[in-house]
Unconditional design. Structure first.
Ligand SMILES: [Zn+2]
Length: 496
């Protein structure tokens, strides 16, 4: 329903693309230089108005929109998808091409393209190489324009059961004997920042992708609807008359979905958000603990940082060995459920708090996860401490010792994922040295300035992709205290 309304609005925008709307902001001065920008209020809609190289001062879509019609064959580990993208050009200059990430194509035979069109015409000029699709536009997409891309494809999921328990990080995408995990599973337009498409090489830890905030609507049906699994997904679910389930979420970074016939679930309401914990049978106690921890963390972080933006949050037991954040959705490893001892002094609790914090640092304030991973990881790790301070203050020193000091972390916090010589040295530097910096900073500048800064950082960068420069530039505005020695100790880069 929501998308339909948006598409309708979009059509209105496209039809009136040549006529500045009365309530739109004044056109930028450069628009008047365009020879074809003369208003023609009565002009008829063009077949592909999005691609006209005319100035378009009319307001565009605030964010990209993704509509995915999915048929999932759970037993065959395969999907068919009809995807429609409306991509607004916010770059300020015309775009001649788009770059999409198609991560499933990293697996041999994992992605089969059936058809791709741009503005209603079959795409004539594109190249798919690994996870990167270069899509030439048949005509320049003007600043302020919106282009429609339709992609039909099939996915064959890889087997993702953990074969080597010593592997530091899993590949989440794929299926196990009891679960299907769809993460980074649909083609998406990667962020265009400073004239560059941000699509970094895949890496062992994952987390190399950068996401624009976008609106999603996913219509899901099962090939064997009589034997459908339980589904955890980003966004609010709504049963459709035709038997499909529609999931919708706005201003989201990454739509994830997990399905299992063995899922049990428990829910809790926090404010206007419904939290649901999905766990395999026999893990009810740990599943409940993950739910309770998440509810507490959500309240603490809402008070400390700012409101949680979504109406749902799925906490999903994952058949692999770590946690991972997506939009209104996160995974917790089965290992944490196995180790759970009924107390808050364990990995299940602090990783749940960590992944919940990513709903602020990742989901709301995005960052380049490949090149500046500390921006979300250090803040989410430090948020674990904030959780304990507020819920179990007696456990703060235990957390400090067991979670971080045990590993004797060293190194600079601001390394990319591609450095660090392994997952442990990498997390020591990015997560733990980064969290240590935040703690030292907080002690130096005081709680008032520290939390005022975090709230300001959230407010100013919400829905955007923040950089280390943004972080330090905003921090500087909240204190006159000198912290340059701390920056020099924990960072190798020079920051304002
Ligand atoms: Zn994290």
């Amino acid at each position: 329903m929501r998308i339909d309304k948006k598409v309708f609005l979009l059509i209105l925008i496209l039809i009136s693309a040549c006529a500045p709307k009365a309530d739109s902001p004044a056109p930028a001065p450069t628009d008047s230089l365009a020879p074809t920008s003369t208003a023609e209020p009565t002009s008829a809609p063009q077949p592909t108005p999005t691609l006209e190289a005319t100035a378009t001062p009319a307001p565009l879509l605030e964010r990209p929109q993704y509509a995915l019609d999915v048929t999932l064959d759970y037993d065959a580990h395969a999907l068919r998808v009809d995807e429609t993208i409306y991509y607004p050009n916010h770059s300020g200059s015309p775009l001649n091409e788009l770059v999409l990430a198609i991560v499933p194509n990293l697996w041999e035979g994992g992605f089969s393209l059936t058809a791709i069109s741009v503005g209603g015409e079959a795409a004539a000029n594109y190249a798919l190489d690994g996870q990167r699709l270069d899509l030439a536009l048949p005509a320049a997409l003007p600043a302020g324009g919106v282009v429609e891309i339709k992609i039909q494809y099939a996915l064959t999921l890889p087997f993702a059961e953990q074969e080597d328990p010593n592997v530091a990080r899993p590949r989440i995408y794929g299926y196990t004997s009891r679960q299907i995990n769809l993460v980074n599973w649909y083609p998406f337009v990667v962020p265009y920042v400073n004239g560059e498409w941000l699509l970094h090489d895949a890496w062992y830890y994952g987390e190399n992708l950068v996401y624009d905030a976008a609106d999603y609507e996913v219509n899901l049906r099962f090939a064997d609807s009589a034997n459908a699994p339980v589904v955890a997904a980003s966004g609010i679910a709504e049963a459709q008359p035709d038997g499909a389930t529609r999931y919708a979420i706005e201003s989201a970074r990454a739509f994830a979905l997990s399905a299992s016939r063995e899922f049990q679930s428990a829910s809790l309401q926090v404010g206007d958000a419904t939290l649901t914990s999905y766990y395999f049978g026999l893990y009810q106690e740990a599943g409940q603990a993950a739910l309770q921890t998440t509810a507490q963390a959500l309240q603490i972080f809402s008070a400390k940082f700012g409101a949680y933006p979504h109406k749902s949050l799925a906490i999903v037991m994952g058949d692999f060995n770590d946690g991972m954040e997506y939009s209104a959705f996160y995974y917790l490893s089965k290992d944490f459920y196995n180790l759970y001892d009924g107390t808050p002094a364990n990995y299940l609790t602090f990783v749940a708090a960590h992944e919940t914090a990513h709903q602020w640092w990742f989901e709301q304030v995005g960052n380049d996860q490949a090149l500046q991973p500390w921006l979300d990881e250090a803040l989410s790790t430090y948020s674990e401490r904030l959780y304990y301070e507020n819920v179990s203050p007696d456990l703060v020193s235990w957390w400090q010792t067991y979670r971080m000091d045990f590993y004797n972390p060293s190194g600079f916090a601001d390394i990319p994922i591609y450095e660090g010589q392994g997952f442990r040295p990498y997390t020591n530097a990015v997560y733990f040295q980064g969290a240590r910096f935040l703690d030292a900073l907080r002690q130096r500048i005081g709680d008032e300035a520290f939390f005022a800064f975090l709230q300001d950082y959230l407010n100013q960068k919400r829905g955007q992709i923040a950089t280390a420069d943004d972080f330090f530039r905003l921090l500087r505005t909240h204190t006159n205290t000198d912290y340059s020695d701390l920056v020099a100790q924990y960072y190798r880069g020079a920051y304002p």
